[in-house]
Design a protein around this ligand. Sequence first.
Ligand code: ADQ
Length: 495
Amino acid sequence: MTDQFNQLLVASNRLPIVLKREKDSWRMEPGSGGLVTALTPLMQKHTGTWVGWPGITDETDLLAPMQDFSSQQGYALHPVHLQAEDIQGYYYGFSNEVLWPLLHGFHSKCNFEPEYWSTYTRVNEQFAEELVNISEAKDFIWVHDYHLMAVARGIKNAFAERNCCYFHHIPFPGPDIFLKLPWRQELLDALLDFNLLGFQTNEDVINFVNTVKSVFSDAEDSFEQGLFHIQCAGRVCKVGAFPISIDFDFFARKAKTPEVGAITAKLKNLHSEQQLLLGVDRLDYTKGILERLQALRYALEHYPDLRGNLSLIQVLVPSRQKVPEYQYLKEQIEGLIGEINGQFTEPGWIPIHYLYRSVSQEQLIAFYITADIALLTPLWDGMNLVAKEFCASNYEEDNVLILSEFAGAASQLYQDALLVNPYHVGEVARVIRRAYYMHKSERAERMKRLRELIKATDIFSWLESYLEAAFEGKSGTGRQERPYHYLSGTCSNRT
Ligand code: ADQ
């Protein structure tokens, strides 16, 4: 099916690069992550171009470093130059202060500033213009994430015929939440200009379809070969679930390398007396970090047998550091960690070890291996790749995954992860204790099945199924909807 298009153009807010200052010039290194890994071979095959903001607002000449990058990586980069006021309104404003909270269900945190919307549409049009200029009708344009939801509208406004599809990395809420957006109709209408809309889970898909039907009374939907077809104002847009994943083999292999082994041995040695819980998140209010800490405090207060025997390693990756709300959240988290440590620490045991920084991939995987239990409790999350990385790295299959039922990953991993409602601190505390006492054989059985599932649905199969939907109009993914009795508290997961 990859013969059905000529050039591949991928568009995302940021280019997949890390810029390094070197005296008077810039050096570019490829960014990391599953998406870049999965797309690179395809980009190489189809003389691909990645379109995005390079990450700096000055007019520095990036031509030479981009050419170096492209000859090394085998695909091109095309920068979209944005001014400081564009970044303010489109990125910090509409994307971060409107779409991010709204689409994660935090509508009370939204700042519906009209200026933000006009800058967002203008920047989306700028992206569309650049894409049209460097592409032709037989090319395939693949747009990623909520910063660029209106790009297909810009392409249509330029009267260009393109096969333009979109993947949404974060959740999509139901009409009760989405309808609060003052520009709901314009944004939905713009989204329906894409030929295919990919979401993470079936729940997101259903939410989207219901939202469209509540805004456009003439919209009609049908379901064929695993995809919804929405007919609205003379267009047909396909909609499907494609749960994103990781390069499983990369993590499984990397976990066995001597570099990772050396760090793991050190960590295990330091914590030989206790079981370790692990939290790894970008600092964000959607990740449920405060609730997680409250649950740990509840567990230590109510289950004295855990005191001295269980510690949490919390790794927080700095994120949106200039935003006051994120600075305040950091203070709250650090305050609560201080309180819990002050309340419970004893000679030889500290309840919470805290890292606020980005760590190397080797260190991260060593944490995944050393931890006995991962405690991942987002309040809402598109997927949560950390959950999958944790399982892929655990080749010894002796660890437990506790996962929020509001992480997209729960719709796939519900049978063998221990699902929790992150808002219910008493329940999370009970599940922590359950994981602590879980027998080796049960841990192994669950982790084995989790790893098999993640391996079978890795990032490469995600890519294949998306392309199959884009070019053949059918989808085999995302069919396995999680039945309600797998919600935490209603009936325990597989016992
Ligand atoms: P994120 O919100 O960033 O992604 P997640 O899916 O968990 O969330 O990915 C985080 C990534 O950062 C992981 O690949 C992890 O390895 C890396 N990372 C975490 N801690 C790190 C650290 N301390 N140092 C270095 N790297 C670290 C968004 C959506 C998610 C969705 C993804 C992909 O919010 O819901 O799963 O996109 O679609």
